[in-house]
Design a protein around this ligand. Structure first.
Ligand SMILES: Cc1cc2nc3c(=O)[nH]c(=O)nc-3n(C[C@H](O)[C@H](O)[C@H](O)COP(=O)(O)OP(=O)(O)OC[C@H]3O[C@@H](n4cnc5c(N)ncnc54)[C@H](O)[C@@H]3O)c2cc1C
Length: 493
């Protein structure tokens, strides 16, 4: 913290509003603040070409709710017992309904998702009819909506400092106001003055394994299909100036995916797509060699029904996808279609058509018999053969007596046999510094930290259940709210 006398002088960079992180929330905050007349600068951790965070590689849908009253009912129901203050819910509902009008006013061309996937995630909850999902461009996916967001920033004189991670907030130790940000530019420390306010929009903690262990329920580790640059920096920065946290245990996951050390993000396996019928058999077993779920169940962003509740999918680690040669030889086991996901869109890992390269790398293990495969991956051979035997019986009976699976009911019979280790994977985290209805970051006593705002998945409103496209919708809504309130501040100096 700074005393008045140790306030940096001169500053390396000066602006009215400093936006930390260039994804959807950063875009909405920067464009809104600029259009209200503020001088804006964006700090971005990634190098040019890898900015955009999860927004760049998302499914590209954003929510524009149709009726504020229905939206209030739906979000309240989504929060369940993990309630969010009513004022916050109401502001969210009113602003989410403005997303299309705002983007249209800037030259966007909102297109409603067509069936499928219209995707009301919890159609039985009150107010669910408020859900309307939109994208920009010819279809969802393929970074189309992001391309609009990127253009809206780049067509304005808003400097974007790439490879410049925000590291610390500069706070007046008497007034507790946030005066600016310490960042690293090209590895060198710089100071960035924010005469009106700082808006933190630097995403969640998808790549911070310590935070994952501390905050996410049931996963000893977890990897992401989104940006590798989201490491919880905003949480650390906000906590260091006294912020409260919320929703730290809520995340869009887990699913099950391959993670290898060579690539920072996860690979999605074709056999786990809930809708795909593929040749050959494939099941997932835990470290005890037994199945634990319907592998093809479409979770609700990682949540599954358990005795009338929705709980995160159990992911006993390490998990193994077990399959036979019929499945192996039917084409790439990885879904490399570049519609969404960091591995597909940014890494562009070129998986071999016959899976041979990944077999040679050891990402896929194989053996001539199930007993030998069990030995390779350290499972009990008798248990694994018993599990596969029960699965094959279920396939013959056309009924999965254990978990009720109905898709891809093909036996695992044609050797050689294969295994891929699976890890818990997620799209994004929802937790972070608690914000209020003005998008101010607040302390544990509820009082705002002066001149500090946030938007996006860094402390999102979703406390329990999540409606797909709700994250980018919220980024737009709270990005605008944060910017309007920051611009309305009187400059501190
Ligand atoms: C595969 C996938 C599909 C998804 N599909 C959808 C969808 O269709 N609809 C939907 O609503 N949600 C979807 N989500 C979730 C959604 O993408 C995110 O929650 C949302 O885009 C988050 O936006 P954001 O602006 O808060 O953060 P991000 O878009 O992640 O942007 C954060 C930015 O901050 C930068 N950054 C990080 N640390 C620092 C630092 N210290 N200093 C400066 N910059 C920093 C990052 O590099 C990044 O550019 C999906 C996510 C994934 C991974």
């Amino acid at each position: 913290m700074e005393s008045q006398s140790s306030v940096p002088h001169p500053w390396d960079v000066e602006a009215d509003v400093v936006v930390v992180g260039f994804g959807a929330a950063g875009m909405a905050a920067a464009v809104t603040a600029h259009d209200l007349g503020a001088k804006v600068v964006i700090l971005e951790k990634a190098p040019e070409g890898q900015e955009g965070g999860n927004t760049r590689v998302a499914g590209q849908g954003y929510l524009n709710t149709s009726s504020a009253d229905s939206a209030v009912a739906y979000l309240t129901a989504l929060c369940g017992p993990y309630t969010v203050p009513e004022t916050m819910v109401r502001v969210w509902a009113e602003e989410m309904g403005q997303n299309n009008a705002w983007l249209r006013s800037l030259g966007g061309d909102p297109q409603e998702h067509q069936h499928p996937p219209v995707g009301i995630e919890f159609p039985d909850l009150p107010g669910a009819d408020c859900v309307h999902k939109f994208h920009d461009g010819p279809t969802y996916g393929y970074s189309y909506t992001w391309k609009l967001f990127e253009r809206l920033v780049k067509e304005r004189p808003i400097p974007i400092l790439y490879e410049t991670p925000g590291r610390e907030l500069i706070q007046n130790d008497i007034t507790k106001e946030i005066l600016g940000v310490r960042a690293l530019k090209g590895g060198k420390p710089i100071t960035v003055k924010a005469s009106k306010g700082v808006v933190l929009t630097c995403g969640g903690f998808e790549n911070n394994q310590e935070m994952i262990r501390n905050y996410l329920p049931g996963v000893p580790y977890c990897y992401t299909s989104g940006s590798p640059y989201n490491e919880g920096d905003g949480i650390t920065m906000a906590m260091s100036v006294g912020a409260d946290l919320w929703h730290m245990n809520n995340y869009a996951g887990p699913s099950m995916a391959l993670k290898v050390p060579e690539v920072p993000t996860t690979f999605s396996m074709q056999a786990l797509h809930y809708s795909k019928e593929l040749p050959g058999g494939a099941i997932v077993v835990g470290p005890d060699g037994r199945r634990f779920t319907d592998e093809k169940f479409k979770t609700r962003h990682g949540k599954v029904p358990v005795n009338g509740n929705w709980l995160p999918l159990a992911t006993p680690c390490p998990m193994y996808l077990i399959f036979d040669h019929t499945h192996f030889s039917a084409g790439p086991i990885y879904d490399k279609h570049p519609s969404h996901g960091w591995t597909q869109i940014v890494e562009r890992y070129d998986w071999s058509a016959d899976n041979s390269a990944e077999l040679a790398k050891g990402w896929i293990k194989s053996a001539g018999s199930l007993e030998a495969l069990a030995a390779v991956i350290g499972l009990d051979p008798a248990v694994l053969t018993g599990t596969v035997g029960r699965w094959n019986d279920s396939c013959a009976a056309k009924q999965d007596a254990e978990f009720g699976r109905t898709l891809m009911m093909n036996p695992i019979v044609n050797g050689p046999f294969y295994a891929v280790e699976l890890s818990p994977s997620m799209l994004n985290t929802q937790g972070g510094p608690r914000r209020n209805e003005r998008a101010q970051i607040v302390r544990p006593n509820g009082r705002p930290i002066p001149r500090l705002y946030s938007a996006g998945e860094l402390g999102s409103i979703y406390s329990y259940l999540y409606q797909g496209t709700g994250n980018i919708g919220e980024c737009l809504a709270f990005g605008r709210i944060a910017a309007r309130n920051a611009v309305a501040e009187s400059p501190w100096g």
